[in-house]
Design a protein around this ligand. Structure first.
Ligand code: AHM
Ligand code: MG
Length: 336
């Protein structure tokens, strides 16, 4: 049972009881992620000082190259996981191919792979708007003791053992699931500790917020256009809904999880599978959403049941309060 004021460290130890006989590998992995998240958070918080310390991509006054924040976050997460020899492989939205981690003995003894989007919504950095990190964890399917393979990463989302996000917002939060509900921890920057602030997060079944980039309206499929019209129609105190779109998926979905709402990134006449990556963005957010009582779909079927064929494949994404996603699906099917 989550306890108020519990730290993430305490929670991880307690949560291990869900996995009797486990080696603690998953707990150590989550511990590494929370550490990397703190380092990235520190760097993200300095983004507003670029005019003073030099823009990312330039050389700073010490003559060091300033990395772009998404590159920095990517390196930091990879470095932490590699140094601690806690996973057998990493795939990142920032890298073309996956990374094999054999361990210093070269014996490939670790069993988990991590897939991540190290800094999602990074175009928002320059304007001081929230961004996020998304991660997804699977147990490898090839035998421990051998180098990790592509097939270990191309598993359907329903095989995830854990997933989560870090939101670098007005507060920094780490929200994650290991398949036993969703819990959110807020970083106390003075102490460097994460405290359980949002135990057992639940998507309200219904909501009043729809989040979509309506600038693409003319390119959307008819079902999406019809659903948007529905969202905007007057219906007593139920509708019109409120439109909220930050352009940082983590922030949009985090808000909707708390307040109730639907987030959509559909396919369009310009992008036949939308924009978001199935493995790094849709699957982890879908796992969290389902664990919080919500629903995630590609407009017709469950995201978590899609069998991936490529590391960087994209998928249309409808995610949020269960009844809202069901309603959007109704419109999609009707317009087919
Ligand atoms: P990114 O991984 O390049 O940052 O792109 C993903 C982001 C999501 O966070 C966000 O929902 C979406 O792109 C916004 O895209 P658009 O500007 O097309 O609405
Ligand atoms: Mg992204």
């Amino acid at each position: 049972m989550p306890k108020p004021n519990q730290t993430l460290g305490e929670f991880i130890i307690e949560n291990q009881a869900h996995f009797p006989g486990s080696s603690g590998e998953l707990s150590r992995l989550i511990n590494s992620l929370r550490l990397a998240a703190k380092v990235v958070n520190h760097e993200v918080n300095k983004a507003g000082l670029v005019d003073i310390i030099g823009a990312y991509g330039e050389t700073n006054i010490q003559g060091e190259d300033q990395q772009k924040l998404d590159v920095y976050a990517n390196n930091k997460f990879i470095q932490t996981l590699t140094n601690r020899e806690i996973v057998c492989g990493i795939a990142s939205e920032e890298n073309d191919d996956f990374i094999q981690i054999k361990g210093h003995k070269g014996d490939n003894q670790n069993k988990y792979v991590v897939l991540m989007d190290p800094l999602d919504g990074s175009s928002n950095i320059d304007v001081n708007v929230s961004v996020g990190t998304i991660f997804s964890i699977y147990e490898r399917i090839t035998p421990v003791g051998t180098p990790v393979q592509l097939e270990d990463f191309l598993q359907p989302g329903n095989k995830q053992v854990a997933a989560g996000y870090i939101i670098y917002g007005t507060s920094t939060m780490l929200v994650y699931t290991t398949g036993f509900g969703v819990n959110g921890f807020t970083l106390n920057p003075a102490l460097g500790s994460w405290y359980l602030s949002h135990p057992d997060m639940q998507f309200p079944e219904e909501g009043h917020i729809y989040s979509i980039n309506e600038g693409n309206y003319i390119h959307f499929p008819q079902g999406v256009k019809d659903y948007i019209k529905y969202c905007q129609q007057e219906d007593g105190d139920k509708r019109p809904y409120t439109s909220r779109y930050i352009g940082s998926m983590v922030s949009d979905i985090h808000r909707n999880m708390i307040k109730g709402g639907i987030f959509m990134y559909p396919k369009s006449s310009k992008a036949s599978n939308g924009k978001l990556r199935l493995l790094y963005e849709c699957n982890p957010m879908a796992f969290l959403t389902e664990q919080a009582g919500g629903k995630a779909s590609d407009g017709f079927k469950r995201i978590l049941d899609i069998k991936p064929t490529e590391l960087h494949q994209r998928a249309p994404f409808f995610c949020g309060s269960k009844k809202m996603v069901e309603k959007a699906e109704e419109f999609m099917v009707k317009a087919e």
